[in-house]
Write a protein that binds this ligand. Structure first.
Ligand code: ADP
Ligand code: MG
Length: 577
């Protein structure tokens, strides 16, 4: 509850509003409390201090028996998360209808909930537990200048919000067909994800999937022009018998080393992008509902300019000029190749089992050093051991698979287990042909970098190097869009963390970095710390991040939390050998 002792009646809202009519904005604070509306309870947790401030935080709570949702809409974790997501979308849709247009100064008249995108994420905007459903939303209490607008407030609080709650949180009012499609789709996708791991697959792309997006800044499906639905090559076709949809066929990518080749503009990156986001479930109609990837797959790219602190990149980089250490490598301004090496090692450190790499976003000299270049620049003058010489060792010694989009270097045929070529957006398996070519046209390049990949580091972070305060002032953590976190006096650039999809993840990540410091000490490795944080989220939800029950957090993986921490420029580490 809110900490308020007793529940008031909805008519008390009316009473308070008429008492504070025409007064200054601060008088709205009197609304803080909880109000019984008969079939639901409205909790006003926090009232904003002026019309321009962050909007007020409200919750609406409906007892399970009143909401009437059948038990099979939340009978397991997949379904519960999908139900929460669905209800958030319903509420969001209504709130957009209601609070269009300005109704006073600043945020006056706003009613909004944290709106999901194409992915079904676990979010704190909607809670479903043993006892109740709870929507957490934001309200701009209305004012003209700083004067309270009682009539508008009354309309919002006593008409609009109750109508929204009654239309979205009560089963008889919603489209049950759509709801079931939502929860069943998520459950089926989770089912596939489980099977993938058990059967040694990395990813599944269902026949008929629509992979291309509307545009580079619009993640809805492409509708314009010719859209070619996905069609799996017969040699890679596998069917799963899904709990809801029944038999579904598609292409599976097995563990090992997979190349995606093909001409430019033939859909290679589009396929890998879909695989990359297959770690998430997608909404029905997205086109990628049944593109499913194991949840320990991490997209890797070059990221020159990033900060690296104490990472053992020696499997890839050694003998830097002037004897710089690469077993505990630090840089305030990493190069393309060193950043890509660090991104891989950091992902491995967290337990990644599959690496996803696109030539478009890779450093060429990290990916390949061909025969001619080996002749011109001898190994003792080249610190980089290219990925091509490490990719097999990674799989053999650490069980780590790679899916790489490589249209530019046939040298990779030598190390691939599977080669898929994209031809006019249709994949074709061409492993045998690629191996034949590799046999016929030897590259003569020498293997570099030794016989083993070796162990990767085990870093311990110093908690005192992670400080979210701004000078002497209070903690300041916020997200600035999807790809940046303000953390105290620093900015964390997440521009290269490609598997983030929602700003609420970024917001949660910022607070999670701070939260993680409570587990940091000189003994625990970063992975151990993050595992403890994730265990708390699993047990108690993302609410552990804040004492004020915020409705705008979304879940993320260990990899993204590690990525955010690793990009904090102040971080200091101890490297354990
Ligand atoms: P590549 O990486 O092979 O150069 P991309 O994956 O970037 O190619 O795709 C090139 C263009 O084709 C993009 O604009 C993409 O949206 C579009 N595209 C990709 N797949 C399909 C498809 N199945 N149907 C229609 N257009 C597609
Ligand atoms: Mg491409």
């Amino acid at each position: 509850m809110t900490g308020k002792e007793k529940e008031s009646h909805w008519e008390d809202i009316q009473r308070i509003l008429s008492r504070i009519e025409g007064r200054g904005y601060k008088a709205y604070k009197e609304l803080t409390g909880s109000y019984d509306f008969g079939d639901f309870v409205l909790l006003i947790d926090h009232v904003q201090s002026d019309p321009f401030a962050a909007p007020s935080r409200f919750r609406a709570r409906v007892l399970k028996e009143n909401g009437g949702f059948p038990a099979d809409t939340y009978k397991n974790r997949s379904r519960t998360i999908a139900l929460r997501d669905f209800l958030t979308r319903e509420f969001s849709c209504l709130s957009k209808k209601v609070s269009g247009g300005r109704r006073g100064t600043g945020k006056s008249g706003l009613i909004s909930i944290d709106t999901p995108g194409q992915e079904i994420l676990e979010k704190t905007s909607m809670i479903v537990n043993e006892d109740y459903l709870e929507a957490r939303f934001f309200v701009g209490l209305p004012a003209r200048g700083r004067t309270i607008l009682t009539k508008v407030a009354e309309k919002m609080l006593l008409e609009e919000i109750p109508r929204m709650v009654r239309s979205s949180l009560f089963y008889p009012q919603i489209d049950s067909r759509e709801l079931y499609a939502h929860v069943e789709t998520a459950e089926d996708a989770d089912f596939i994800r489980e099977r993938l791991s058990a059967q040694n697959f990395v990813s599944f792309v269902a026949d008929g999937s629509v992979l291309p997006r509307a545009s580079g800044i619009d993640s809805r499906p492409l509708k314009k022009g010719t859209v070619v639905p996905f069609q799996s090559p017969s040699s890679l076709k596998v069917s799963f018998n899904l709990p809801n949809r029944g038999l579904m066929s598609g292409m599976t990518i097995p563990s090992g080393i997979t190349l995606i080749v093909g001409g430019g503009y033939h859909g290679k990156s589009t396929l890998l992008d879909a695989v990359k986001l297959g770690i998430y479930n997608h909404v029905p109609g997205d086109g990628r509902e049944f593109v499913v990837t194991v949840n320990n797959a991490v997209m890797i790219r070059a990221e020159d300019g990033r900060k690296i602190e104490g990472v053992d990149i020696s499997p890839f980089i050694s003998n830097l000029p002037y004897g710089q250490d690469t077993k505990s490598f630090s840089s305030d301004n990493a190069s393309g190749s060193t950043s890509q090496a660090a991104n891989i090692i950091e992902a491995l450190e967290m337990g990644a089992q599959a690496l996803l790499i696109d030539e478009d976003t890779s450093a060429t000299n990290f990916m390949i050093r061909d025969h001619r270049m080996q002749k011109l620049i001898s190994k003792d003058m080249e610190p980089i051991t290219p990925f091509i010489d490490k990719v097999r060792q990674l799989h053999k010694e650490h069980g780590v698979s790679t899916i790489a989009v490589i249209g530019g270097s046939g040298d990779y045929f030598d190390v691939a287990d599977l080669v898929v070529s994209m031809n006019e957006y249709i994949p074709e398996e061409c492993t045998a042909r690629a191996k034949e070519i590799a046999e016929k046209y030897k590259t003569d390049r020498k293997k570099e970098g030794g016989e083993t990949f070796g162990a990767f580091g085990n870093r311990t972070l110093l908690p005192e190097s992670i400080d979210p305060r701004r000078g002497d002032r209070a903690v300041k953590i916020s997200s600035r869009g999807l790809l940046s976190i303000v953390f105290g006096v620093q900015d964390i650039d997440l521009g290269a963390v490609e598997q983030l999809v929602h700003v609420s993840q970024t917001r949660a990540l910022g607070d999670a970095i701070h939260y993680a410091t409570k587990y940091m000490n000189k003994k625990r490795t970063l992975k151990e710390v993050i595992d403890l944080v994730m265990a708390d989220f699993h047990d108690s939800g993302l609410d552990v991040l804040s004492s004020e029950k915020f409705g705008d957090y979304a879940s993320f993986r260990t990899y993204e939390l590690a990525a955010a921490i690793n990009r904090l420029r102040s971080v200091k580490v101890i490297q354990k050998r």
